[in-house]
Design a protein around this ligand. Structure first.
Ligand SMILES: Cc1ncc(C[n+]2csc(CCOP(=O)(O)OP(=O)(O)O)c2C)c(N)n1
Length: 294
């Protein structure tokens, strides 16, 4: 997590606990607004924990450290997940989270480059990877060892700009670039409309060293990130199959999880479900009937 490299060997239980804490914060952020992009935040929390608490070389006390690995959040609407992650790492004061998506807050509903920890304004989908490639080229020219990690969504793999960028990354041999695709199977109005499959084969065909993993399996995430460290002249792609709403059964079951709105009294139930699921996963406790199918 910090400036030391290579990273320490992964403590998977600790990373899972961090992912859980991030999920809890995301639910509280959504609760405060009564709505939010919570489905994908819960789905991608494991990858964020592995990145920020294990793989990235960065400094929570100095987000602009010049030698930091860059993290590009291409999907600006995942912002709450970044705020929750930064707060968990101590890079943001927890009190600031309560300003989320209010006027004059630094923590917007969608990530802006004026916000802490945001390398580039996201949200106009399909732009993150091209920008990440420019960053990687610039860092290489400057003789920096910093790597560039670019999160992008499966919906963004429907954008031509993503594939033009992929061609460039391979042409320039950007082996310090890691594209991390949140393949959660949804987009704005439900499940993916124009098929992307076989997604991993497409990235492979473009020349990326490509891995396809269960993006909610911490051991698989850490292992994929480890392999992606290879400086072999090829950019890396990790296709993460994630479950929108992960950890909250009633959200996992929702067909439309792109933007979550629930009844005001349902937020507490959502938090309870998360805690119960986590307790079950760490202690092997049985699942409370109250949360089963209701
Ligand atoms: C270029 C562009 N077109 C359309 C949108 C509007 N938009 C915002 S989020 C979204 C859903 C895209 O699906 P995906 O990126 O897979 O995100 P997920 O549903 O998983 O959050 C769309 C179409 C946008 N932000 N940018």
């Amino acid at each position: 997590m910090l400036r030391n490299h290579p990273p320490p060997s992964a403590d998977l239980e600790r990373l899972r606990a961090s992912a859980h804490a991030i999920r809890r914060s995301c639910i509280l952020l959504a609760t405060g607004k009564g709505q939010g992009y919570l489905g994908q935040a819960l789905g991608f929390a494991d990858v964020m924990a592995a990145l920020f608490f294990h793989e990235l070389r960065w400094d929570p006390r100095d987000l602009n450290w010049p030698e930091r690995d860059r993290f590009v959040l291409s999907t600006g609407h995942y912002a709450m997940l970044l705020w929750a992650t930064l707060a968990e790492a101590g890079a943001l004061a927890r009190e600031e989270l309560s300003t989320f998506a209010t006027d004059d807050s630094r923590l917007d509903m969608s990530a802006l480059d004026s916000s802490p920890g945001v390398e580039v304004t996201g949200g106009s989908l399909g732009h993150g990877l091209p920008v990440a490639i420019g960053m990687a080229l610039g860092l290489r020219l400057a003789g920096s060892e910093a790597r560039v990690f670019c999160e992008l969504s499966d919906g963004e793999c429907q954008e031509g700009s993503t594939w033009e960028a992929a061609l460039a990354a391979v042409t320039f041999g950007l082996d310090q670039l890691v594209a991390i695709v949140d393949a959660n199977g949804i987009q704005a109005d439900g499940t993916i409309v124009v098929t992307l499959e076989p997604l991993a084969e497409k990235w492979r065909a473009f020349g990326f060293d490509t891995q396809e993993i269960d993006g909610n399996d911490m051991a698989a995430i850490v292992s994929a990130l480890t392999r992606a460290r290879a400086r072999d002249g090829r950019p890396k792609a990790i296709i993460c199959r994630t479950l929108p709403g992960k950890g909250v059964p009633r959200l996992e079951r929702r067909e439309k999880a792109h933007f979550i709105r629930v009844e005001p009294d349902e937020w507490a139930v959502i938090l309870d479900e998360l805690e119960a699921t986590y307790a079950q996963s760490v202690r092997g406790t049985s699942y409370p009937e109250a949360f089963d199918g209701s």
